[in-house]
Design a binder for this molecule. Structure first.
Ligand code: HEC
Ligand code: HEC
Ligand code: HEC
Ligand code: HEC
Ligand code: HEC
Ligand code: HEC
Ligand code: HEC
Ligand code: HEC
Length: 493
């Protein structure tokens, strides 16, 4: 600051330090003038230009951003803090524009200004993410505050995770970090064909995000981060999501990515690409001749009139984990995307590996669909057993080499190996193999679409028996006769 008071912004700080309140008061009494005192704002953060209408200084030029931001929860951050009845100084850094949750940690912004200027810095405004903007506002073309895409960068103090983490609230950042979206698949990093789903930056552009941010010029892929799914400037969807979570089709946020390779294709040597979303829709797999499935009329988990937020209902359930002594151990935000997370007295197991008895099934009861967690757990186990019974009837990969061998278990091992030849024809055996992989790689153990997955496997077993003259054990015959007629499964004879 050089000691010379060249700008009024420097004076602001001095005034604030001396005691702005006392100086203004003296001025008013002495001059008795009617012009309102000029409110001295911070010298780096510009904040609101009109707090009463929540007009940001930035938004005077970036008009569209102002319009959409004003509808976000960020514009209500201060009002909700006050309404909570628990507001204290410790809350302010995340509910205002300040240097504390921002680039180059300091106490500027909300914390430095005098009492009469504080209202200009309430709420999570543009500069809470973009950093101080006074220099850019002075010379808009040359000094633009540049947004960051990172979920959290502790060295720079930037990213959504600066506020959306740890106590006192909800550890969105921590939960996200340990879930699969916070990681990267090595194979997919190297191949740009994989980036639309495996690189957060490419996916974000696909969902209409801008390509203007610090890391845009960096060619390294990034994880599926906060701004891949959430638009920081607002959207027409709940929680500023870039795509809808309520539509039951491939434009659904989750299904946009969880839909790859649902149908057999002779040129694909890897099988289905974990297309959970397509299984959920009942629009996947090899259909034996004569088998039909009305994917629009399924009264279970994928019925949007019962389950409004579809994937999110199960995969983003929030849970208060108790430490056993009546205290909160962890508020799980759902952002690891685990449907039935492993809970213990310390919180949530970060590897998500545990016995089914330790898993939390509250996402199943919250919506009023299942009477209790235990009831849901029992159903989960029985559907899972039924699915593996049916898939094992078709194929047990005894030596674990991923290929059907005559020494393997199940009906497919009895089919002539020539039926699995690498050619352009999809045989019944290859279609059946695809369906086994589909249900297995869906990884929900049948939960995503119980009637569809069961019907598809039953039809497949029937088709394999009929085509190759092989027979499943009598117990399976009984099951497919009973369940097949209940579900209306038919194939061409
Ligand atoms: C006086 C008008 C004005 C104000 C006020 C203003 N900007 Fe800008 N801003 C501009 C102009 C002009 C550009 C350059 C536009 C371009 O290159 O597309 C720009 C560019 C930007 C960019 C880069 C966009 C890009 O495409 O490169 C960001 C980010 C940005 N402004 C954010 C802000 C923030 C945050 C504030 C408030 C601190 C703010 N602006 C205030 C006029 C303004
Ligand atoms: C580390 C940053 C941080 C601090 C400190 C902080 N908050 Fe928040 N607060 C957030 C974030 C992020 C959200 C929105 C997401 C959420 O619910 O966790 C939020 C949301 C809220 C909400 C709105 C909840 C709702 O949905 O209606 C209230 C009320 C609130 N905070 C009160 C407080 C109070 C009271 C304090 C101080 C005791 C405080 N906050 C301190 C970051 C913070
Ligand atoms: C919650 C954090 C956050 C807030 C609040 C926020 N931005 Fe952004 N902004 C970002 C991020 C992240 C990007 C880059 C990625 C993207 O565009 O989605 C960005 C990009 C931009 C861009 C350049 C890209 C484009 O779409 O033109 C401009 C301009 C911009 N923001 C202006 C604003 C203005 C003006 C406000 C306030 C009205 C604001 N931002 C509020 C995080 C935020
Ligand atoms: C300066 C702190 C801060 C930063 C940085 C921040 N947030 Fe927030 N965020 C909050 C607070 C506080 C709330 C609670 C607002 C309220 O009272 O409803 C919130 C609410 C939200 C909500 C709930 C929205 C709603 O409409 O209720 C979402 C989603 C969200 N933030 C996403 C993001 C994303 C994505 C980023 C990064 C691009 C981000 N936030 C950066 C503080 C922050
Ligand atoms: C249409 C979107 C999409 C494309 C394109 C895509 N993937 Fe995936 N991939 C996914 C999804 C979604 C998952 C995770 C699903 C799951 O685990 O159930 C996944 C999972 C994977 C896994 C397993 C990861 C694990 O942790 O088990 C590998 C390996 C993989 N993909 C590699 C690739 C490669 C290599 C490419 C490009 C040749 C690619 N993917 C292209 C959506 C896609
Ligand atoms: C793969 C997509 C995805 C990613 C990545 C993601 N979110 Fe979310 N987030 C969602 C969905 C979907 C919801 C809405 C859940 C619902 O409505 O049931 C949500 C809801 C939220 C909410 C509001 C929760 C509430 O209590 O209402 C906040 C805050 C939030 N996310 C913050 C974040 C932050 C911070 C990050 C990055 C650390 C992040 N999200 C990453 C999909 C995502
Ligand atoms: C931008 C693409 C994309 C979007 C959008 C997306 N996912 Fe994912 N998801 C992936 C990829 C890629 C993986 C695998 C990442 C890995 O293994 O590193 C994955 C992994 C997962 C996993 C863990 C799978 C496992 O085997 O551990 C779950 C669960 C999941 N996603 C659920 C969801 C839900 C629910 C939504 C919607 C709220 C969603 N995803 C949105 C791409 C996406
Ligand atoms: C009715 C609840 C429910 C719905 C709705 C749901 N899932 Fe699941 N999902 C589950 C369960 C239960 C599992 C098995 C989790 C486990 O075993 O840890 C699972 C597993 C998964 C997995 C593999 C996760 C892992 O850790 O291995 C992915 C990926 C996934 N679901 C994605 C989705 C997508 C995408 C949607 C929406 C199209 C969706 N799910 C809808 C309950 C649901």
């Amino acid at each position: 600051m050089g000691g010379i008071f060249v700008s009024h912004r420097v004076n602001v700080r001095i005034l604030a330090a001396v005691s702005a309140v006392a100086l203004w008061a003296t001025a008013c009494v002495k001059d008795n003038n009617t012009t309102a005192p000029v409110i001295a704002k911070d010298n780096t953060f510009v904040g609101y230009s009109d707090p009463a209408t929540q007009q940001t200084t930035c938004g005077n030029c970036h008009v569209l951003k102002q319009e959409t931001w004003a509808k976000t929860g960020h514009a209500k951050a201060w009002a909700n803090l006050q309404a909570s009845g628990h507001a204290s100084a410790s809350c302010d850094q995340c509910h205002t524009v300040s240097g504390l949750t921002n680039i180059a940690k300091d106490s500027s912004g909300y914390f430095t200004v005098a009492a009469d200027a504080k209202k200009y810095y309430q709420d999570v405004q543009c500069e809470s993410c973009h950093g101080p903007g006074a220099a850019h506002v002075a010379v808009p073309d040359e000094t633009q505050p540049i947004p960051y895409l990172v979920s959290k960068d502790t060295t720079l103090n930037v990213g959504c995770g600066m506020c959306h983490s740890g106590p006192p609230h909800n550890p969105f950042y921590e939960d996200w970090s340990r879930g699969a979206h916070g990681g990267m698949v090595a194979h997919a990093v190297a191949n740009t064909n994989c980036w639309p789903c495996h690189n957060g930056k490419t996916a974000e552009a696909r969902f209409g995000g801008s390509n203007t941010y610090v890391e845009a010029s960096n060619s390294n892929p990034m994880p599926i981060g906060c701004t891949t799914c959430h638009n920081p400037h607002g959207s027409d969807n709940t929680n500023e999501l870039r795509e809808s979570i309520t539509v039951r089709d491939t434009t659904n946020l989750c299904i946009q990515c969880h839909k790859r390779e649902p149908f057999p294709d002779p040129s694909n040597k890897y099988g289905p690409h974990y297309p959970a979303g397509m299984v959920f829709l009942g629009d996947a797999g090899w259909f034996p001749p004569g088998f039909t499935w009305d994917s629009t009329n399924i009264p279970t988990h994928s019925d949007p009139s019962v389950n409004k937020t579809l994937c999110a209902t199960c995969h983003l359930g929030q849970i208060n984990v108790n430490n056993g002594a009546g205290k909160l151990a962890w508020h799980y935000t759902g952002h690891s995307f685990w449907a039935i997370p492993c809970v213990d007295t310390a919180g949530i197991d970060s590897t998500n590996s545990c016995d089914v008895s330790q898993r939390d099934f509250s996402a199943c009861t919250g919506s009023g669909c299942h009477a209790s967690q235990d009831a849901a757990r029992a159903l989960f186990e029985s559907i899972g057993q039924e699915m593996s019974y049916l898939t094992n009837t078709l194929w047990v990969d005894s030596n674990g080499n991923g290929k059907v061998d005559t020494t393997d278990g199940g009906l497919l091992a009895k089919v002539p190996p020539t039926e699995f030849a690498a050619d352009t024809i999809i045989t019944t055996a290859e279609g059946a193999l695809w369906n086994v992989q589909l249900v297995t790689k869906d990884k929900s153990q049948g939960v995503h679409n119980p009637p569809f997955e069961k019907a598809l496997l039953i039809a497949t077993i029937e088709a394999v028996q009929q085509r190759y003259g092989v027979a499943a054990p009598p117990a399976v015959q009984a099951l497919i006769a009973r369940e097949g007629s209940r579900l209306g499964v038919r194939i061409a004879r």
